[in-house]
Design a protein around this ligand. Structure first.
Ligand code: TXA
Ligand code: MG
Length: 343
């Protein structure tokens, strides 16, 4: 098949077909996890660096492999039939509505933690973050782990502060030495991390925008989206992904308006890469320009892989064209701001 855009730097790489993960691979991954080893695991959002959530030393190995500070809690992933009350002391009515509507899916709920459970995952906090991933490979592993009632502690499978992986090869390149194996479930369909909602208090609130929009959450909860997007209350749970500098490439990344790019980039096109939801200006040199789709979900899906590719070019800077201000772009705007190191 010929691709009319082949060779064009503005073409997005076609998503590779999801490779088949065999039942033997799944069984081997479960054995490794139950033995306390780490496994790279696909989810619909990004790849996770997984360990048995009930095994404190395995969870500590995640922190060591990522270079992650010990006071940053990790999400516990559950099978679709697992009981959240094994991990949380209470599932509020609002949390239950969200679970019914969106699990499995890109939604993480912060709930009061059941005493004595998953203390290392929670980094000592009295809450626990739970998520049910919508990926057949992750679900297959969870179906077997401790008879389907186990949990997988799994932060994104990248070094702390770096870009999250959306392909198995990203995990191998960055953390290959730390994992017993990487299950290759193909390219992540969502491409950006889950939305985290604090349901540990009376009024649910978004702690991290992500794959599920405020509008969708608000519809199910019967509240206005802005109520969920309200600024953090004092004493609210901390979210380290909310650090100013996170999700970052090594090449300095800056946001620029379309007008700035059009005016300044052509003269610097050999040293500066551009990431934008449009084609390069006519007549400009195209080699260092990457085009992403113009819709927020599709843009998010391709964002991290594009940032990795541009980072690998080793240029002086990457300019990313500022994205629209509408709520549908919340998660992308959040990641771009942090990737630029500007909280
Ligand atoms: O989509 C995702 O959420 C991916 C995939 C692998 O599931 N995971 C992910 O994990 O993004 P990580 O560790 O990179 O980010 C988890 C975020 C961190 O910002 C952490 O602070 C927050 O979840 N978190 C975990 N437990 C928490 C808690 N008890 N209270 C508040 N925030 C919590
Ligand atoms: Mg992360």
């Amino acid at each position: 098949m010929t691709n009319p855009e082949a060779g064009s730097p503005t073409a997005r790489a076609a998503a590779p077909a999801a490779p088949a993960v065999s039942a033997r691979d799944i069984q081997q991954a479960v054995r490794r996890l139950e033995a306390g080893e780490l496994v790279g695991l696909p989810t619909e959002t990004v790849y996770g660096l997984a360990a048995d959530a009930a095994n404190d030393s395995a969870v500590r190995a995640i922190y060591a492999a990522k270079g992650r500070p010990a006071d940053h809690p990790v999400i516990v992933h559950l099978h679709r039939d697992a009981d959240p009350l094994r991990w949380a002391s209470r599932v509020t009515p609002a949390a239950q509505r969200l679970i019914d509507a969106f699990w499995p899916g890109p939604l993480t709920l912060v709930l009061p933690r059941r005493e004595g459970v998953a203390g290392v995952c929670a980094a000592g906090q009295d809450t626990i973050a739970l998520r049910c991933p919508d990926h057949a490979v992750a679900q297959a592993v969870l179906a077997l782990l401790h008879g389907g009632q186990g949990g997988l502690a799994a932060p994104s499978a990248n070094r702390f502060g770096r870009i999250s992986p959306t392909r198995a090869e990203h995990v191998r390149a960055e953390l290959g030495a730390a994992v017993a194996m990487v299950l290759d479930g193909g390219e992540c369909a969502v491409g950006i991390e889950s939305t985290i909602v604090d349901c540990s208090c009376a009024n649910p609130r978004i702690l991290r925008p992500g794959g599920l929009s405020a509008a969708e959450l608000a519809r199910v909860l019967g509240v206005a989206p802005d109520e969920l997007r309200a600024a953090a209350a004092p004493g609210a749970p901390r979210v380290p992904g909310a650090l100013a500098s996170h999700y970052a490439p090594r090449t300095p990344l800056h946001q620029r308006s379309a007008a700035q790019i059009d005016a300044q980039w052509p003269a610097q096109a050999r040293q500066v890469a551009v990431l934008a939801p449009r084609a390069a200006p006519a007549g400009a040199q195209h080699a260092n320009w990457r085009r992403l789709p113009g819709a927020p979900e599709a843009y998010a899906q391709g964002l991290y892989a594009a940032l990795r590719e541009l980072d690998a070019l080793g240029l002086r800077e990457i300019w990313v064209e500022a994205v629209p201000g509408q709520p549908a772009w919340d998660a992308v705007r959040d990641r771009l701001r942090r990737a630029c190191g500007a909280g």
